[in-house]
Design a protein around this ligand. Structure first.
Ligand code: CA2
Length: 149
């Protein structure tokens, strides 16, 4: 069974507790449970991790090689700053889908660019927690096309 790493970056541990007008009322635990349930329906399994530390996110991406066949990444604010995270994703050559809860293009200009998108199959943003499930659908289809799931 193919395994998908669902990786969340800085401050996303606070999901559902602050700024609900931007990020909604769903907690990270609820997002992770929904991912596990949706993955099971697609014949996939997930491992979910969150870190507030750039280096820990990079180590987790490195460790994914040989363990996971896909990555769903919401890198939080590192999306807009981290060449190191982009390089890590490129180096492991694991298909990745970038997710954002909010529509980053409808927000401040500094959120309009993403280093992650240069290393990802595609990006889903603006659909709240549903975006993670759409990303699972996209990865399931991609892995099937590639003969990997
Ligand atoms: O929309 C997204 O998912 C973001 O990746 C969220 C990041 C932001 O910096 C990106 O531009 C877009 C911020 C994550 C902060 O998460 C919080 C959640 C609840 C309460 C406070 C912060």
């Amino acid at each position: 069974m193919a395994s998908i790493l669902v990786l969340n970056g800085p401050n996303l541990n606070l999901l559902g507790t602050r700024q609900p007008e931007v990020y909604g009322f769903v907690t990270l635990e609820m997002v992770e449970d929904a991912c596990a349930n949706h993955a099971a329906k697609l014949g996939l399994k997930v491992e979910c991790l969150q870190s507030n530390h750039e280096g820990a996110l990079i180590d987790t991406i490195h460790d994914a090689k040989g363990r996971h066949q896909g990555i769903i990444l919401n890198a939080g604010a590192y999306t807009h700053t981290s060449i190191a995270l982009m390089d890590a994703l490129i180096s492991v050559e694991i298909p990745a889908v970038e997710v954002h809860l909010s529509n980053i293009y409808a927000r401040e200009a500094f959120r309009h660019s993403s280093y992650i998108s240069k290393a990802a199959l595609g990006q889903i943003c603006g659909f709240g927690a549903q975006g993670y499930l759409l990303a699972l659908d996209a990865l399931a289809a991609h892995l099937k096309d590639a003969g990997a799931a």
